[in-house]
Design a protein around this ligand. Structure first.
Ligand code: NOJ
Length: 524
């Protein structure tokens, strides 16, 4: 079975109220109208440049920190692969669009490779525009709304050589890049996302040093990084508002990721939930979306107190002047939210040793754990906790005055098995959670985006963790089945032999695998 089934199923409410429900009603027996999504709600899929494009050095593209890292450290990638070719979407974007269309997706979130546009410095590479124009034109012709992320982890190497996120000048470079994108693509793009998951970039890249640019500055690097990200985001927003919004009439937001946290000890209740949420989501969201701006008070107090104990003259968390607070506050038209999993949380009562190496996790004074009953995906961090998505949306609504939210990622990994019932259940249950949050809690959710539409390069896990089972999608297309509005006929033909490689001709797998598959293929 495949992801198509669940998505096609969920599109049905907008087409025919009669033919949906049996599976859901069976699952939980409350009013089926709770599962209807609002009329303008949009379903889509998401990818990122480094993960799918390939063509790492074509048409004048410069190197990104992920090119540098994967070339220098294949040993640090689970299967030794890289994104040099990736899914080769640079040459096969039409197939991606066909797949999106086939499922019935209404929007497509992809990211621009900054190093294609500015390969070596502040001089633009005009050839770098072509691919995105072609992609955007085809999306528009196919009636699929583009949602464009400006930076999805792949900072150009030249920007990193100046210090990357740690250099205050980063703000200027990013603003120039954003302005160039608005100028060039603004007539075609109405939904912009400045950054993807800056929490991960700042913690893994500039604090733990486990992802590029491999900077190990625990307890300080992550906070300086986040500060510059917030300023760069606000500068990009401000530029749009002042110079483009009147004509282009689009929206600018930011994509943040977070788990939801359930109290392990009921006595710690909402205090511990708020503490954990504030140290993860609130770190970036509070300065932008809260009424008063600035970092969450719990972070300001805790990090200040610890910095004091460490004998530092000032807090490791940068201070925001009133001017900076005002600049950042309100600098987004919507929140892009990536949700995958949740944890239990309890307060860490242990005494602080000021000579130990601080980290944001230590500063948060929480301990996290999982429930043994939660189903785990291939990714070791990914447990299915649909209630967490619901509760996170409600938390966002209450904390930030019900700002518009687009779920920009949600998905499930496996090894690429052809049988992906776990993925179907994950999607189904998470979509039920979203529907409940909208219909019962009145959360202002505008859209839902699956990760992903093509299996792709999963960062340090290479191609060993896969979030899509698109071979089916392509197979059904090959068989000429019209399954748009009918879940029954998109089930896999029972006679399908999974050892037969012929379907791979139509599947978008990494080119090496595709080539292997084609040797001796029955149709190739
Ligand atoms: C979030 C990231 O934005 C995306 O690049 C990644 O592939 C997915 N999580 C799955 O880990």
């Amino acid at each position: 079975m495949n992801i198509l089934i669940i998505f096609s199923f969920l599109f049905i409410p907008r087409i025919s109220a009669v033919s949906r429900s049996p599976i859901l009603i069976e699952k939980e027996s409350f009013d089926s109208s709770f599962y209807a999504f609002p009329k303008n709600f949009s379903f889509g899929a998401s990818t990122a440049a480094y993960q799918i494009e390939g063509a790492w050095n074509e048409d004048g593209k410069g190197q990104s920190i992920w090119d540098t890292f994967t070339h220098n450290h294949p040993d640090m990638i689970a299967d030794g692969t890289n994104g040099d070719i990736g899914d080769d979407s640079y040459h096969h974007y039409l197939d991606d669009i066909k797949a999106l269309k086939e499922v019935g997706f209404e929007h497509y979130r992809f990211s621009v490779s900054w190093a294609r546009i500015f390969p070596n410095g502040t001089i633009v590479n005009k050839k770098g525009f072509d691919y995105y124009h072609k992609l955007l034109d085809q999306l528009i012709v196919n009636n699929i709304e583009p949602v464009v992320t400006m930076l999805h982890y792949d900072i150009p190497q030249w920007v990193q050589d100046y210090g990357g996120f740690l250099n205050p000048y980063f703000v200027k470079y990013f603003k120039l890049y954003a302005q160039t994108l608005y100028t060039e693509f603004g007539s075609k793009v109405k939904i912009w996302i400045t950054f993807n998951e800056p929490y991960e970039s700042c913690v893994e890249g500039y604090s733990a040093g486990t992802s590029p640019p491999l900077i190990n500055l625990r307890g300080t690097g992550e906070y300086i990084c986040a500060h510059n990200v917030l300023l760069a985001h606000a500068a990009a927003y401000d530029t749009y508002k002042k110079l483009f919004k009147n004509d282009q009439r689009g929206m600018v937001g930011i994509t943040l990721d977070s788990r939801f946290y359930f109290p392990k000890n009921p006595l710690e209740g909402s205090d511990i939930v708020n503490r954990a949420m504030n140290f993860e989501l609130g770190w970036f969201a509070h300065p932008i979306f809260s009424k008063n701006g600035d970092y969450p008070q719990v972070m300001i107090d805790e990090i200040n107190e610890r910095s004091n104990q460490e004998g530092r003259p000032f807090s490791r968390l940068p201070e925001m002047s009133n001017q900076v607070k005002e600049f950042i506050r309100g600098s987004a038209d919507f929140l892009g939210f990536n949700y995958y999993s949740s944890r239990y949380v309890e307060f860490d009562n242990s005494e602080y040793d000021p000579t130990s190496q601080p980290t944001i996790y230590q500063d948060s004074r929480i301990k996290t754990s999982i429930d043994e009953n939660w189903k785990r995906a291939k990714s070791e961090w990914l447990y299915s906790v649909p209630q967490g998505l619901h509760d996170a949306l409600v938390w966002i609504k209450n904390e930030y005055n019900n700002i518009p939210v687009i779920i920009t990622e949600n998905g499930w990994s496996d090894s690429g098995e052809l049988e992906d019932d776990d993925r179907i259940n994950y999607y189904k249950e998470h979509l039920i959670s979203v529907a409940k949050a909208i219909n019962i809690e009145k959360c202002n959710v505008l859209g839902y985006t699956a990760w992903s539409i093509i299996d792709n390069f999963e960062w340090r896990k290479g191609f060993s963790e896969r979030f899509v089972q698109d071979a089916f999608l392509q197979l059904n297309q090959y068989n000429g089945l019209d399954h748009k509005n009918d879940i029954a006929i998109i089930e896999m033909p029972s006679s399908f032999n999974t050892t037969e490689k012929s379907y791979l001709k139509f599947a978008r797998l990494p080119t090496t695998e595709l080539n292997d598959a084609l040797v001796g293929s029955t149709v190739g």
